[in-house]
Design a protein around this ligand. Structure first.
Ligand code: IMP
Ligand code: MG
Length: 173
């Protein structure tokens, strides 16, 4: 069941995405970015964000999972890896949410081992209180409470990703 009132409305999300894209466009002035989206959760945020970034962007993706329904397994599985040559490039890693930090930390180390010129991390949502591994986040949309959230790409058991807003999920009935 999802709670009736959105935690974040689609208007709030789009305003924040525009702000993040402006900051990113300024910070990467005269540079090119390889934007790496972590699927599936980031697909909507990724699409909206790269569309609003004003410097040249190449896109790439990784398909990763660490969650079984609403519980983190702590084990990160890579189902599909990036295809682009990353060495000497400016990488912007884009994900939906950071929770324990285990997934992003793992992905970050994997990218660093491929010798990019720089690596920055952009996430829409931060569940700060749940962090186990400290990961440097450069661009953050919203801090959210320790609740399971769905919508705007985020899922419970692969459902609710298509909601245009973000809502709190209160367990199956
Ligand atoms: P972490 O490794 O614990 O930081 O987990 C990060 C990943 O778990 C995210 O990229 C999401 O795919 C998923 N995740 C964490 N919290 C939530 C949530 O509240 N709703 C949906 N997915 C979540
Ligand atoms: Mg994810």
């Amino acid at each position: 069941m999802i709670t009736g009132k959105p935690l974040l409305t689609s208007e709030q999300i789009h305003k924040k995405v525009a702000e993040l894209a402006d900051r990113i466009s300024q910070d990467y002035h005269a540079k090119e970015i390889i934007a790496v989206g972590i699927l599936k959760g980031s697909f909507m945020f990724f699409a909206d964000l790269v569309r609003a970034i004003k410097v040249p962007v190449t896109v790439d993706f990784m398909v990763v999972s660490s969650y079984l329904k609403d519980t983190s397994t702590g084990e990160v599985k890579i189902h599909c890896d990036m295809k682009e040559e990353l060495s000497g490039k400016h990488i912007l890693l884009i994900d939906d949410i950071i929770d324990t930090g285990i997934s992003l930390n793992y992905i970050r180390e994997r990218i660093i081992s491929r010798m990019p010129a720089s690596l920055k991390i952009c996430i829409l949502l931060d569940k700060k209180n749940r962090r186990i591994v400290d990961v440097p986040v450069d661009y953050r949309g919203f801090e959210v409470p320790d609740e399971f959230v769905v919508g705007y790409g985020l899922d419970y058991d692969n459902k609710y990703r298509n909601l245009p807003h973000i809502a709190i999920f209160k367990g199956e009935v």
